[in-house]
Design a protein. Sequence first.
Length: 452
Amino acid sequence: MQRFQGVRRVARRPIAVVVPLAALAALGLPGQAEGAPAAHRPAGARVIGTATLPAVPLGTFSNGLLPGTVGDDRGVNLGGIGSDIFPAGRPGEYWTVTDRGPNGQIQVGKDKRRTFPVPGFDPAIVKVKAVGGTLRVLTAIPITTAHGAPVTGLSNQASRDEAPFTYDASTPLAFNPNGLDTEGLVRAADGTFWLVDEYGPSLVHVSATGRVLARHVPKGLGLTGADYPVVESLPAILLQRKANRGFEGLALLPGGDLAMAMQSPLSNPDKAAGESSLTTRLLRFSPRHRAVTAEYVYRFDPVNVVDPSQTDNSELKISSIVAVGRDRLLVEERTDKAARLQLVTLRGRDNVLGRSWDDPATAPSLEQLADPAAAGVPVLAKRLALDLNTVPGVPLKIEGVAVADRSTLVLINDNDFGMTDGPGAFDAAGRLVDSGVHTTLVRVRLDRPLPR
């Protein structure tokens, strides 16, 4: 058994293994924010702890899990693990997940090309713990196909997804039907993981060792060539998702069901409708029945309410949802510069699954309605639980929210692996010009406890 910087190398060919990262234990995570109470007045809160992920070369991290997958990391460090956060059982320990890896956009003529500077990067589930001001990586699990190959974070379908290019946008890369842009994460009672993905959009069931057991996608997606089971079990209307705006929020409800949120309004019936709409969708999925059992209509607040610096509603996103009681969720509405947490309750009378709003022929579409409630559509009632913009010390671009206890939230940001868009993201030698944004975990204490 060969050891490399504390990462155990278990086999010569890539297989799905859980790898302790002893030598990478000095990784820092951001401080956590505390949960919002159920009173009509939004909670106040203060940051009570912050931890930061130290610099670890991405090649060292990736090759320690799946040897030989990354040849040149172009100076990129481990990051992006703030795509979601979920309690790991022991106090202060959390599961997190990376997204598809370092990526950016470069304008070439009239086109914006999606770049993948480290195309061999494989998304990973990462267990972390804040120790003082440092976020330490305890364990990492690579996400792999049925035969142990890395799924990678590359785009799936030429007909549907952004074409992948090299770091300088000069050379096309191959599409990969196995690729996942992982976002939300929960761990089930049996030790398996559920993830959501932005490409499909899809709900992905993963074994305790990282092997994809099933990928649930919208009916009619027609994804072929994947080295794992692909199940067309989600409503076909989700095929209308915006590019790179599929599922991002995922919650585990007390009874074992899953709730998942579309990051943005669907492009239904067209891009213009999706760009201007304030209406998105939440779904409920039964792992027992392997089926969607409910669909809910969720309305964003106008963008200038969430983020006074913004006027473009298309900047609104749901990045995290977390269960805070039976059928009750905290929903994070955000832009890249601001975020607020709303409380909603999933009630049976609000279920619109299978109704006309799931039919793309319905006109006007759900997304085109200026006031769905006035048109007779059941819209989830919500109330503001916590405005994160009012809590000093909370980093920008929070994508993960967890409940440590009824009076404490844990937040983590997505630092995009230190990348920025444009040709200036890399120097003349092809090395990253780091943005200086760090992965940060913060703990937030509420002035009133969350509702049960």
